[in-house]
Design a protein around this ligand. Structure first.
Ligand SMILES: Nc1nc2c(ncn2[C@@H]2O[C@H](COP(=O)(O)OP(=O)(O)OP(=O)(O)O)[C@@H](O)[C@H]2O)c(=O)[nH]1
Ligand SMILES: [K+]
Ligand SMILES: [Mg+2]
Length: 333
């Protein structure tokens, strides 16, 4: 039996199982099984070579943002507007057939923006190039789900379902559960649903911030614009009329939550004009590499001021994790 058949078997069984206390455990097992098979759908097939199949684009810059959306919502128009890369845009669906990277320069950071083919219902099961598109989305730091403001909310919930079905959790934090497999000790540190618990056991989940961007607001009424703009995690724009793009960048910056580090020379004030921009969780070693390739090998210790240390300053080693707006002074051997 192929994976798709197995999946549909399990889905059928879930559908015909009545949901109550007595069946809860059984349903949980079924869902875990389903999650496992669905995840396999995302793995490259063994038979076909991966050449030209995926949309592998080298990660570059300080962060990666993927554009996900139905065909013709304006993803390519957006990329061409925000970056110096031109991506073909047209009024027919599936104009874009591969992954096209561009770079947004903002607050001294280089943000890699990825234009992708439109995806449709069933994408997660391989419809269109959905699987490859979603695999790229998985590697992003933030997903921009672009929506056509003139179309109803159905596209949004369909896409959310597709991403959800392959273990991508949007705007959710990783459930705070700890588990030990040998004696099956389970510690619930918060109220969790069975689905959340399964996510932790299965493990292959990604939790990522998502901005819902409603494009083409030049086509709808002010009342409707106002309604969409008030939704959580949502921004309204018009690529056609260049409306609200600055605000979108501000929001994107917030959702990326990059770590800005300031350097300081001995006896001098920190240089607040030129931040080193790193991903969350970056270490002193990352800072060194950013300053100079050979700096880490000459490193003796560093002094850090800021929220990552108990004392300000504090002497730290290469493995110390930096936090946003820390100041660092590096002392060489
Ligand atoms: N009215 C209006 N039209 C827009 C806007 N942004 C894009 N369009 C139009 O929408 C159509 C589709 O734009 P694309 O950028 O090709 O859309 P896409 O999402 O990249 O489409 P695919 O690559 O086919 O998935 C084009 O005709 C654009 O000119 C906008 O803000 N307002
Ligand atoms: K298009
Ligand atoms: Mg396109």
């Amino acid at each position: 039996m192929g994976i798709l058949e197995k999946i549909s078997e399990i889905e059928k069984e879930i559908a015909r199982t009545q949901k109550n206390k007595a069946t809860e455990y059984h349903l949980g097992l079924l869902k875990a099984k389903l999650a496992k098979y669905r995840a396999q759908l995302l793995e490259p097939s063994k038979s076909s070579s991966s050449k030209g199949e995926g949309f592998d684009v080298m990660k570059s810059g300080d962060a990666r943002v993927a554009l996900i959306g139905f065909p013709s919502v304006g993803k390519s128009t957006f990329l061409s507007l925000m970056t110096s890369t031109a991506s073909e845009a047209a009024s027919y669906e599936f104009t874009t057939l591969t992954c096209i990277p561009g770079v947004i320069e903002y607050k001294g950071a280089n943000i890699q923006l990825l234009d992708l083919p439109g995806i449709i219902e069933g994408a997660a099961q391989g419809k269109g190039r959905g699987r490859q598109v979603i695999a790229v989305a998985r590697t992003a730091d933030v997903v921009i789900m672009m929506l056509d403001a003139t179309k109803g909310e159905v596209q949004r919930s369909l896409l959310e379902k597709e991403l959800e079905s392959v273990g991508i959790r949007l705007n959710k934090h990783k459930p705070n559960i700890y588990f030990k497999i040998f004696n099956a000790e389970v510690l619930f540190r918060e109220d969790c649903s069975p689905d959340e618990f399964i996510d932790v056991i299965v493990g292959n989940r990604v939790y990522m911030p998502c901005l819902y961007v409603y494009n083409k607001i030049d086509q709808i009424s002010m009342e409707e614009v106002d309604r969409l703009a008030r939704k959580p995690d949502s921004v309204v724009i018009s690529c056609g009329m260049k409306l609200n793009l600055d605000y979108l960048l501000e929001m994107l910056w917030e959702y990326l939550a990059l770590t800005c580090i300031y350097t300081k020379k001995r006896g001098q004030r920190p240089d607040f004009t030129d931040a080193i921009i790193l991903r969350k969780g970056a270490s002193v070693e990352h800072v060194c590499h950013r300053i100079h390739r050979s700096l880490a090998s000459q490193f003796k210790y560093a002094l850090v001021w800021g929220t990552s240390t108990k004392y300000s300053p504090q002497r730290v080693g290469l493995t110390h994790t930096m936090e946003h707006e820390d100041v660092i002074q590096i002392v060489k051997k």
